[in-house]
Design a protein around this ligand. Structure first.
Ligand code: HEC
Length: 114
């Protein structure tokens, strides 16, 4: 009985996973949320948005990456857009956020027939 309750719980948790609420921009693959347009305008001019979407960094490391591009790659000052960009990146492309729910543990999977 407990196993079923746990399974139902897991299904509910995965159903309300915040990830599911966000759509992805078809052109860039960037998640559509606050700051998307600013990120698209500032972060896809020199390279593919895939460099952004395939990376996972803490807010601090995103800032370091931005500073590195500003120092050596010709990225312009982001001024008041910087915190908006960092909020967006730290929210959607952070280390702890793999973009997927955890796998269902083996003991909760359907019984395999041998
Ligand atoms: C002025 C050009 C330019 C702009 C604008 C730009 N970048 Fe970059 N970025 C680069 C270059 C050049 C590289 C190195 C590409 C390579 O290694 O092939 C790079 C690399 C990266 C990398 C990979 C870093 C690594 O350690 O491998 C990430 C992530 C990244 N950029 C994110 C961003 C984000 C986020 C923005 C928007 C704030 C942005 N870029 C805007 C020029 C730019």
């Amino acid at each position: 009985m407990n196993k079923y309750l746990l399974l139902i719980g897991l299904l509910i948790i995965s159903g309300v996973d915040a990830k599911d609420k966000f759509k992805v921009d078809k052109e860039t693959g960037l998640i559509l949320d606050n700051g998307f347009a600013i990120v698209k305008a500032n972060c896809t001019a020199c390279h593919s948005a895939a460099l952004v979407t395939q990376n996972r960094m803490s807010r601090e490391t995103w800032l370091e990456t931005i500073r590195w591009m500003q120092k050596s790659q010709g990225l312009w000052p982001l001024n008041k857009n910087e915190p908006i960009i960092l909020d967006y990146l730290a929210k959607h492309y952070n280390l702890t956020d793999t973009g997927r729910r955890k796998s269902i543990p083996d003991h909760l999977m359907p019984i395999k027939e041998e």
